[in-house]
Design a protein around this ligand. Structure first.
Ligand code: NAD
Ligand code: MG
Length: 393
């Protein structure tokens, strides 16, 4: 493929981890529309193996990884293209990301299950396009230090962090006053406390703006997603929690803002469509025409911003608290939340119990300020068990 000056462009070989998810399928659309700039060489799925085979037939990757061993053992793999190698088990993710052929890893597995593969990719000095915010919430300081030590690039895919990453290019780090994360407010933005108590699983899975996987959709409804994003921003951009703000912006067109010391605010705007931040990370530092939706300037837009109601959405306080305290708190909050959301989706916990359950587990853990990765993994397991006792006393 030649560029405008006739120079040959190199194709970036991408490992799409979590390819059957919402981010994974959008990423494959971005790759498809990239006119040969990007190629999917590895795909992974946990249990949706039929979809994985359909993707393999279309994208012809060198490897597919089926992480759930039982589901893989029970599945008929005869439809897999002959040139695609099948690898089974979560450990295969860490083997594949280390392959020399892989230039960039899209970390789009949901939950702290995505931490090991991100860790392995950074250890090899690979560029990681990070959608899996839970990895940074769990082990932010260790992950960013690892990236630095191995000269690996960690590029945000989360739309708010992509917006901030882009806006930061307008000034020097010392000129940044604060980061402002936008939040849609989720489906229950205007609900009273009484209405929140009656929220059903189906209602929580219905997001007004974004079409996402079930876990992050519930996180958006409790606003735990924004809490996790505060922690993500704290470690990704190395900025104190006190200089991170949240504003409710229901239209989800302004994806976040950076305020500089002179009072100038630089924002990134585009219609709500994850294909743009995915493409920006995969093609970075280039900007290219692609598959994402665009704003239509023949249309009127009204952009609203309002401060969040912290009483109505107490998750935000938890996010700020963990971003301030660091240490073991992010890992505990994240794992407690993953388990609590799981319990809610299984009908074992009410919607309004998710955040108090997380608070209780966070408050009862033995805080350490400089934990090892092994300790964080132990605490992740511990916090999940605590939620299990909370949900099924
Ligand atoms: P999803 O549930 O749609 O997809 C998750 C993917 O991870 C699937 O491919 C699934 O097979 C795989 N997976 C699930 N459990 C696994 C496990 N234990 N081991 C290995 N693989 C496993 O989720 P999503 O909405 O695409 O979100 C993925 C990540 O991106 C999350 O961390 C989320 O917070 C983040 N993110 C998503 C969006 C969005 O618009 N969906 C936006 C910003 C950030
Ligand atoms: Mg986001």
């Amino acid at each position: 493929m030649n560029d405008i000056s006739g120079h040959r462009k190199q194709t970036k070989q991408v490992a799409v981890l979590g390819s059957t998810g919402s981010i994974g399928t959008s990423a494959l659309e971005v790759i498809e529309a990239s006119q040969g700039r990007l190629q999917a060489v590895a795909l992974s799925a946990n249990t949706r193996l039929e979809e994985l085979v359909v993707q393999a037939k279309q994208y012809r990757p060198r490897w597919v990884i089926a992480t759930d061993e039982q589901a893989a053992a029970e599945f008929d793999w005869s439809g897999l293209p002959a040139e695609t190698e099948l690898l089974v088990g979560a450990a295969s993710l860490t083997t594949v990301v280390a392959k020399q052929d892989i230039d960039i890893v899209l970390a789009a597995i949901v939950g702290s299950a995505g931490l090991d593969s991100t860790w392995a990719a950074l250890e090899q000095g690979k560029t990681v396009a990070l959608a899996n915010k839970e990895a940074l919430v769990t082990a932010g300081p260790l992950v960013t230090k690892l990236a630095e030590e191995h000269g690996a690039m960690l590029l945000p895919v989360d739309s708010e962090h992509s917006a901030i990453f882009q806006a930061l290019q307008a000034g020097q780090p010392s000129e940044v006053e604060r980061l402002v994360l936008t939040a849609s407010g989720g489906p229950f933005r205007d609900h009273s406390s009484e209405q929140l108590k009656r929220v059903t699983i189906a209602e929580a899975l219905e997001h007004p703006v974004w079409d996402m996987g079930p876990k992050i959709t519930v996180d958006s409804a409790t606003m735990m997603n924004k809490a996790l994003e505060i922690i993500e921003a704290r470690w990704l951009f190395g900025i104190e929690a006190e200089r991170i703000e949240v504003t409710i912006h229901p239209q989800s067109i302004v994806h976040s803002l950076v305020e500089f010391v002179d009072g100038s605010i630089i924002a990134q705007l585009s219609p709500p469509d994850m294909k743009l931040p995915i493409q920006y990370a995969l093609c970075y530092p280039e900007r290219v025409a692609g598959a994402a939706k665009r704003l239509d300037w023949q249309q009127s837009y009204c952009l609203e911003f309002q401060p969040p109601d912290l009483e109505q959405f107490p998750a935000l306080e938890l996010g700020l608290q963990c971003a301030k305290s660091g240490g073991t708190s992010g890992a505990v909050l994240n794992a407690a939340n993953e388990a609590a959301v799981g319990a809610f989706l299984a009908g074992e916990l009410h919607f309004t119990e998710i955040v108090p359950a997380c608070r209780s587990v966070l408050d009862s853990h033995n805080f350490e300020s400089s934990p090892t990765l092994t300790r964080l993994v132990e605490l992740d397991r511990w916090a999940r068990e605590e939620i299990f006792h909370w949900a099924c006393p």
